[in-house]
Design a protein around this ligand. Structure first.
Ligand SMILES: NC(=O)c1ccc[n+]([C@@H]2O[C@H](COP(=O)([O-])OP(=O)(O)OC[C@H]3O[C@@H](n4cnc5c(N)ncnc54)[C@H](O)[C@@H]3O)[C@@H](O)[C@H]2O)c1
Length: 383
């Protein structure tokens, strides 16, 4: 991918300490873009943990913090303010952290879910608008090349009007952890005060909601959800079945589970239209299966010249050299940093910003809230 800008952006990070998962993925993804460097951070809940990781990452010691509020205040006073800050901590901290940095007019990238309640999410959106900053929310899977190709085909009308969407996200980690009794099942995702009102829908069902919206543009009219706490020690949901009606009249079924024995990260999506259908799986992300009525089925492969020009613009490696999770994440950051660079250089924004923004984060929180409400009351609810 072209790297057209002469100077790198500078960013800070909250979370992403030793042994954590996603913070390190953010950093590696940004390295892949070649467009930003890490200059400050609060990598843990205390100064010792934060220093341990910050030093390892070559961050200047006077810009490693043990408290994110201290970091926000100090960084706001820097002569050259960072271009954006990443929030990659457990869910319960997102709202306060995002708010703190938005208040000081920092651009922010926050992990999903954006916060716990729709009211909080709307407040953050209003604040982002008031401060005129650019917010990203990292719904990872939109970054895969073959997802982008699928979107292009759907948007071009190759499948005809969409009738039905079948989306699933199956994992087994909760079941495995409960049996091994390794403590992971009891960590923050399964604790309401830290994970939020939902575990499974919040953690992985929310990816399905965003992905379907990105691929099809379908808007949810109403849903009926059945959330269940399955598995030893489950406090919040670890399994959910969700029926959906979209405003267009199409229907959908989402299934997400953390107790689906045998499944590692089984995100799979099938979209059925009047003229055709397609199918994509996260664990086999290099291919997209497409069926057009009356024609032989096709398997499209990443990197091949027959893909759309806008899809190929994200291509990093020649076909047959697999790209994966890091590249997908990097593609989100490519589009996000593009938006920041354009604003900085006074270039008009791209016709479409190809990364999940604050409106997507707000809708995602609404979706989680509505699933919980529907399940609790045993009713269809309006989105
Ligand atoms: N987009 C994705 O595909 C994806 C994947 C996994 C997780 N996530 C999201 O990322 C977030 C983090 O998940 P994770 O699995 O990396 O969690 P984790 O528990 O592995 O890591 C959390 C990190 O936050 C740090 N932290 C905790 N309190 C802090 C504080 N007060 N100040 C600074 N740092 C603090 C911890 O020390 C740790 O380094 C969650 O919101 C989760 O939903 C997203």
């Amino acid at each position: 991918m072209a790297e057209e800008y002469p100077r790198k952006l500078r960013y800070g990070m909250i979370g992403g300490g030793a042994g954590s998962f996603i913070g390190d993925v953010h950093r590696k993804a940004l390295q892949l873009t070649g467009r930003a460097e890490l200059v400050c951070g609060c990598f843990g809940a205390n100064v010792t943990n934060s220093l341990q990781m910050g030093r390892r990452l070559n961050v200047a010691v006077d810009r490693i913090y043990g408290d994110y509020r201290q970091m926000a205040a100090a960084e706001a006073g820097q002569p050259e303010k960072i271009d954006f800050v990443i929030i990659a901590t457990p869910n319960h901290m997102h709202y306060e952290m995002v708010k703190t940095f938005l208040d000081l007019a920092f651009n922010v990238v926050c992990e999903k879910p954006l916060c716990f309640t729709w009211a909080e999410a709307q407040e953050l959106q209003a604040l982002a608008t008031e401060k005129s900053v650019i917010v990203g929310v990292t719904y990872t899977y939109m970054g895969y090349l073959m997802v982008k190709e699928a979107r292009r085909l759907v948007r071009m009308g190759d499948l005809g009007p969409i009738n039905m969407v079948m989306a699933e996200y199956a994992q087994e980690w909760f079941a495995v952890s409960a049996v091994k009794n390794d403590g992971k099942a009891g960590r923050w995702r399964n604790v309401p005060a830290y994970g939020g009102p939902s575990n499974c829908v919040g953690d992985i069902g929310s990816h399905l909601e965003y992905l379907v919206s990105y691929l099809t543009g379908l808007e949810i009219d109403s849903l009926c959800a059945n959330l269940r706490a399955v598995g030893q020690g489950a406090v919040l949901d670890t399994e959910a079945e969700i029926l959906l009606k979209y405003k267009s009249g199409a229907g959908g079924i989402y299934w997400c589970s953390q107790v689906a024995v045998g499944s590692s990260n089984g995100l799979k999506i099938r979209i059925f239209g009047a003229k055709g259908s397609l199918e994509w799986e996260q664990e086999n992300p290099e291919i997209l299966k497409v069926n057009i009525l009356g024609e032989p089925g096709r398997i499209l492969k990443r990197g091949q010249k027959y893909l759309g020009e806008q899809t190929l613009a994200y291509c990093r490696l020649p076909a047959g050299h697999p790209e994966g999770f890091y590249e997908a994440f990097a593609n989100i950051y490519f589009a996000y940093t593009e938006a920041l660079f354009r604003r900085k250089e006074g270039v008009p924004p791209a016709a479409e910003r190809d990364f999940p923004g604050i409106a997507d984060g707000v809708r995602g929180v609404r979706f989680i809230e509505k699933c919980v409400e529907s399940s609790r009351n045993g009713l269809w609810v309006k989105m």
